[in-house]
Unconditional design. Structure first.
Lengths: 412, 294
């Protein structure tokens, strides 16, 4: 552990450039100030870089003691963290957790994303190499005024939510703003994941994504039911006319203009939605919810002063920084205090509460597309076929499962 | 008087210096085309993720192209897109240059620039603009013009023809600029003579324009067909291969295999198949033209 009179320069690296991560980027000055106040002899030198820079630079920089920083964000998954772990360039953080108690604060799933066996060949099991400062959830935005107009209520249960959609459709409104065209981020998969969360337990989905059980499967009645629901919603006209050719920005705009009752997306839109709809904006996080942590903070094995790096991670998880993150629109990784929550907008408050509840009750579901490298491509094409009536829910899940089985049979 | 000895020495010097002149070009071609091609053939016979150890798999990557429905489907889509990328623009520009020959108007340069403009604009921008034009609704869209609400790029029946028509629009100017100098080279006296002999427009076109533009048409078809085989940017931006796999093309699959999935073997195999197709089209068009020349 660092002593009060520690001195020297502490290189700290992150990917928090304002365009990529406005919230995390905004708290960096506060982080540096806080650390330097606690340790007057230390000087923190900040380096922010883009994700691609991070992927390119870290492996080489971490290999030598004179170029490795004392603490750095690393990207979860095989491409970045996997390479660093395989080359023994990161310290397992369990030794520091004994001193600081980070793991209990952050909760199990966010750490699972940052866990790899020593060979770095897969992720989701093994040693913890990173601790995140933020989280994200995919929830359901709603327009209170529009719901009231058709006699619906802000959803607190799945039945209420589907009932609201039916009411909106009956009144000739677009129930759910939604896009499946280009350029689209992840609308179709986020929709399917959220429906699946109603039918399939978080544990079963976790086992599928990280392949922790050989019987893990997506070809199960729950997933088939989710695909059937999505097909039924399409046929019932819940989605905007011409959704096949809309981009996700267009779907967001429709909702922001008050033209749809719901919009299913990540909490990262909460600032924008609140700005457009004001007091009419609401956000519901279903009890089992898809989401994931922000980038983890790691300590390079060759760091000159790893204890100082650990101290920086500890400050990141302190109420000072965690509350500042919430103030800047991010979900903090550690459950915020009631007073901090009260100051946040209703949508962000719902998101932060939903995240913390799901993480600590084991109901946070990882993005299913982590399952195999090609999963996202296949899912996107498959869901388009499903909605276009070109395939059946059963056939979609069978084909996803067969590719999944094939992929894992080839991993030694 | 020069002795035969000196003569043969000079001849030899010429040969040596000739090869010396060739060397830079051969080195360039070898390093930038031949070597990568040989390497690609080697990778196409291996299972390799781009970094680790490669494993010899024989023709497995090639058999997959014809057994995997997505890869096979991408070749079928490519064949359909060839019509849009190559045949339609060449046919339309043939008609256009023929009309322009007849009316020798001022401001020809202006039309040439306007028709060629799509080629100058970066393809990503073309794709973005057309994505807006083909959006399901909104002012200034194709749908607003016709009073329809079809999601052209998201529809299973329309996506491929829609992307194809954008490609035709893109390549029309290129084919036009390739054919225009050719038709201007044909001496007007030939047309005059034909007209005196009582030839109509159609006969003029079939008997004079087509045969005399043979080589230019071959060049236009070859160049636009190669553009079709390289179609990536437009598809990637406008449909990303969807909906489903209705607009999937080999170029996009190669990108996914090599850069997203780390399957360099499959990507190389598909690349080699595309190279073979380019050769077949190029030589096919050439031999057709040469045979009909006699």
């Amino acid at each position: 552990m660092l002593t009060k009179n520690a001195s020297g320069t502490i290189p700290e690296w992150n990917w928090d450039i304002p365009g990529d991560d406005p919230g995390e980027s905004a708290v960096l000055p506060l982080l540096i100030k806080t650390v330097e106040q606690q340790y007057p002899g230390l000087k923190v030198v900040n380096t922010s870089m883009s994700l691609s820079d991070q992927n390119d630079k870290l492996p080489l920089a971490f290999a030598a003691a004179n170029s490795a920083p004392d603490v750095s964000q690393t990207n979860e998954g095989l491409q970045n963290q996997g390479r660093l772990v395989a080359d023994s360039e990161l310290l397992p953080l369990a030794q520091y957790d004994k001193l600081y108690g980070w793991f209990a604060k952050v909760g199990p799933l966010p750490l699972q994303f940052n866990s790899l066996p020593a060979n770095g060949k897969r992720f989701g099991t093994g040693n913890v190499y990173g601790v995140p400062e933020t989280g994200t959830v995919v929830g359901i935005f709603y327009n209170k005024a529009l719901l009231a107009e058709v006699g619906g209520t802000p959803p607190t249960t799945w039945d209420q939510f589907t009932n609201d959609m039916a009411l909106l459709a009956q009144h000739g409104k677009t129930a759910m703003s939604y896009a499946a065209g280009q350029p689209t981020a992840y609308q179709p998969v986020h929709m399917l994941y959220t429906i699946a969360n109603h039918y399939v337990s978080a544990a079963a989905q976790n086992a599928f994504v990280f392949h922790t059980s050989s019987s893990a499967s997506i070809d199960t009645p729950g997933f088939v039911q989710a695909a059937s629901d999505m097909q039924a919603w399409t046929k019932a006209g819940y989605f905007p006319k011409g959704y096949q050719g809309l981009s996700d920005t267009q779907a967001l705009n429709l909702f922001d203009q008050g033209k749809a009752g719901f919009f299913l997306e990540g909490d990262w839109y909460s600032g924008q939605v609140t700005q457009s709809l004001g007091a009419n904006a609401g956000f519901w996080v279903p009890p089992v919810v898809t989401g994931g942590p922000g980038e983890g903070w790691s300590i390079p094995a060759k760091a000159a002063n790893p204890d100082a790096g650990a101290e920086i991670i500890n400050v990141l998880l302190s109420p000072t920084i965690q509350n500042a993150l919430l103030k800047n629109g991010d979900i903090p990784a550690v459950t915020p205090s009631a007073s901090a929550l009260a100051a946040a907008s209703p949508t962000l408050r719902a998101a932060a509460t939903g995240w913390s509840t799901a993480v600590h009750s084991g109901n946070l579901v990882p993005y299913l597309d982590y399952a195999t490298p090609d999963f996202l491509n296949q899912e996107m094409a498959g869901i388009q076929e499903l909605q276009g009536g070109q395939t059946t829910p059963q056939a979609l899940m069978q084909s996803l499962q067969s590719d999944y089985t094939h992929y894992w049979s080839q991993q030694g | 008087m020069v002795s035969p000895r000196t003569k043969s020495r000079r001849r030899r010097q010429e040969i040596v210096s000739g090869y010396l002149y060739l060397t830079p070009a051969v080195l360039f071609l070898g390093a930038l085309i031949i070597y990568p091609l040989v390497k690609a053939v080697q990778y196409s016979l291996q299972d390799w993720d781009g970094i680790g150890v490669a494993r010899w798999v024989g023709l497995a990557n090639y058999t997959r192209i014809f057994t995997n429905s997505v890869e096979r489907g991408s070749l079928v889509n490519l064949a359909i897109l060839l019509v849009f990328y190559s045949l339609i623009p060449v046919a339309l520009s043939l008609v256009a240059v023929n009309l322009m020959r007849r009316s020798r108007q001022r401001g020809m340069g202006f039309f040439r620039v306007v028709y060629f403009l799509p080629q100058v604009v970066v393809t990503v921008v073309v794709a973005i603009v057309w994505t807006w034009l083909l959006a399901p609704s909104g002012t200034g869209t194709v749908n607003a013009l016709f009073g329809t609400g079809t999601p052209w790029l998201g529809s299973f029946s329309w996506a491929l023809p829609a992307v194809g028509l954008v490609a035709s629009w893109l390549d029309f100017g290129l084919a036009f600029v390739l054919l225009l100098p050719g038709i201007q080279r044909i001496p007007p006296e030939i047309y005059d003579a034909a007209r005196v002999d009582g030839a109509g427009l159609l006969r003029e076109f079939c008997r004079i324009t087509l045969p005399m533009l043979r080589r230019d048409i071959a060049a236009a078809i070859t160049i636009t067909a190669v553009a079709a085989l390289q179609s990536f940017t437009l598809i990637y931006q406008a449909t990303n291969g969807g909906p489903g796999y209705t607009t999937m093309v080999p170029g996009l699959l190669i990108y996914r295999d090599a850069f997203q999935l780390g399957d360099v073997g499959s990507a190389s195999a598909l690349g080699i198949v595309m190279t073979v197709i380019v050769f077949v089209i190029t030589f096919g068009v050439r031999s057709l033209i040469e045979r009909n020349a006699t």
